[in-house]
Design a protein around this ligand. Sequence first.
Ligand code: RET
Length: 237
Amino acid sequence: MKMVFEDADLNQLVYNALSFGTAVMLGAFVYFLTQIKSVAKQYQSGVAVSAVVVGIAGYHYYRMWSDWGSGTVNEGYRYADWLITVPLLVIELLIVLGVTADRRKKLMTTLVPATVLMIGLGYPGETASSDGTKWIFWILSMLPFIYILFTLSGELKAAGTREKGAVASSIKNATTILLVTWLVYPIGYLFPVIFDAGNEGAETARQLAYTVADITAKGLFGLMILNIAKARSGDTH
Ligand code: RET
């Protein structure tokens, strides 16, 4: 078998993680599909978007896993995946957050381009081999990242205090998941920079960090979105 890494154990570890990612995303896809009708009509599109996100990710994980198995790695799948799914995650959140349609539109017109910019600026750094280039694109990508996190956490906090009971607590849970998981990405990116570029341990840590963060940011976050939508629909069990 051709391997991406020389170290067979690390190679296998990443291979298994990508396989696990594929399975979770596809399982979550089926689950979210079954849940769309369980919430009130105006929130159904939020749950549908969750399904679309994990469906798209399931395909990309399948491609990354099968490529890894044949000894090649294409970081383009990961970035193509983020390019589509990160704006969708922002949209699904805004659908269930209970902001006015006007405010939602305004937020989308700044947040969606910011997510595209963040991912677009990350890709040249991710594929560069020099540490200097990686740092430059990291810093550039951090600017829209910080803007997005500040804006979203402000909206989430406002919604958390505006709402009561089950809706408020489900919004608080979603806030925690969002803030913690999104922070993993810029840290994971830096593993090969901080350690030696080409260091297989650092590359493995990066792949595992991205995979765990993707499962949490799409799957677990999708469950939180579903909880908010259910609480809003008056169905709190
Ligand atoms: C990059 C490049 C380095 C700097 C920053 C990054 C941020 C990436 C993020 C990705 C989020 C992905 C999600 C996927 C979920 O499905 C591109 C690694 C800031 C925040 C939420």
